[in-house]
Ligand binder design. Sequence first.
Ligand SMILES: [Zn+2]
Ligand SMILES: [Zn+2]
Length: 134
Amino acid sequence: MNFEEGLKQNGLKITPQRVAILKEIQRRGHATIEEIYEDILKEYPSISLATIYKNIISLCEADLVKEVKVSLQKQRYEINCGEHAHIVCTECGKLEDIEFGMESFYHNAMITRYIQPSFVSMTIYGKCNQCLKE
Ligand SMILES: [Zn+2]
Ligand SMILES: [Zn+2]
């Protein structure tokens, strides 16, 4: 994703901080606010956690960034790259993306519950390969 273009298209002002936040989230895949803060701080030593937070909220409102809520874990953020489910290891906390047939859920919800779905949030919990070996 071209972040400058993305910001412009979504009516947000292009600031170096916003671009840095987006790059950091993309680099990590799924990042907590503390992780983002830690890295942005290296580039912008005077930035506050509150500023980062405010920027992330705007990025979420503009649909460039999505919140990832996983039970028993800190809130994380990811670049909005289309819908997918998450797999989370209950041992080590590793979080990964997984493609899922969201369309069938939408279809099912519309046909059987007469709801117009706006999004699906799904997380699969279990032990990852690494933790199974140990
Ligand atoms: Zn694991
Ligand atoms: Zn994800």
